[in-house]
Design a protein around this ligand. Sequence first.
Ligand code: ATP
Length: 466
Amino acid sequence: MGDLETIDEIVSLAKRRGFVFPSAEIYGGTGAIWDYGPLGAELKRNIKELWWQRFVRQQPSVVGVETAIITRREVLAASGHEGGFSDPLVECKECHDRFRHDHLMEGKYGNPKQNESGAYICPNCGGVLTEPKQFNLMFKTYMGPTEDSAALAYLRPETAQGIFTSFKLVSETSRLKLPFGIGQIGKAFRNEITPGNFIFRTREFEQCELEWFVAPDNIVGRRSANEPGQERTAHEWYDYWIQQSYQFYLDLGINQDKLRLREHDKDELSHYAKGATDVEYQFPFGWSELMGIAHRGNFDLTQHQEHSGKDLTYFDDLLAERYIPEVVEPSMGVERTLLTILVDAYERVTQKQENGRSVGEVVLHLHPALAPVKVAVLPLANKEGLPEIARQIYAELAAKWNVQYDATGSIGRRYRRQDEIGTPYCITVDFESKDDNAVTVRDRDTLAQERIKIGELTEYIRVKLS
Ligand code: ATP
């Protein structure tokens, strides 16, 4: 599906089944901040696990950290966020709606319109818009009992700065040799002017970021003088991480036709960046960024070295000299990835299918590794020893995976409930189970049913899930 209705249906499914809902909903919600219910929390955790596995644990020279959210002002002054992390804001003088000036000019709210005197007008009510003003996106907070400027701090707008400020300690304690990486998963906060599209642009979100430190080109050249081509240049690493990032989404089962790479034009790049490419997905509201891969040069470490007065150089024992490494950064948004996964997996049956599915049924074709519930255990009836067998199966499987036990309603309805949340396998315990010590396993996508011996069930599911 690809229309805007899909998003509405997903928003409603997400709320109805406990994936995602407005934060503090009983008070009317909190602007563009969402809570994740039992299924959403599992799905988010699975995404983060898979990222951590791929970008941290499986990489021979990447370590992971968890740095603080509350960030002292000096850090974000050095990184350029305090002075420059802003979007141009215009406000309607009539209805006081606010818009990002650049989005307005790009036509995100329809063709930008002007009045007779040339002033741009509000896409909602036609009122005159103010001149654009820079609006800093960081959330401020105060540490300590007084709200004076000495105690000003920010909620971090990205996780990366914690990696740069701890670079020295982490690289030395882990005895890392270039090229190496430091990864982090954590919350970030941006007071977005125009949040929206459900969880696509929110004010509180999670990022998975890897800072991959490499030797500058002139050093690579000298280091590989004896064995040319042995070491990748920063630009080659940039290409490498673009491919890794794209492949990550393919491996999550995302439809390749809806994924693309978009390289930023020169005028989109920050002044220090040497390249930036986004992985984009074709959402019902258009192609949009899921992940950004940036070649940041040595900007961040140089800035922190200058502002902190601490030596942040790396000692290259091959050349016996010190220098500041360059960095390539793949940065992924967890919620955007989650939205992509839901949109991509969502199917509402529109005509009766050969496999027996009827119109209106909803199936989430989630990759098993992502599915919040891996298996559902369903006793056909609540009598004649069936619940006892089902409970035992449940206990065995629940020791390994997130498993649901559901004994209420007709079996058809129970299957539909599981299809709707993307459970890959349903196990039905029926009246024959007592005699043949076997159960029926139903596959969500093919609807094929297989009879499996209870003693072989865990291994059967393990193989299926992997
Ligand atoms: P955009 O242009 O959409 O505002 P960005 O280029 O500012 O995004 P980055 O700073 O590169 O984003 O952040 C890296 C990743 O963090 C993005 O690819 C996205 O997945 C995620 N992200 C950034 N801002 C938000 C947000 N407000 N809500 C949810 N995810 C976000």
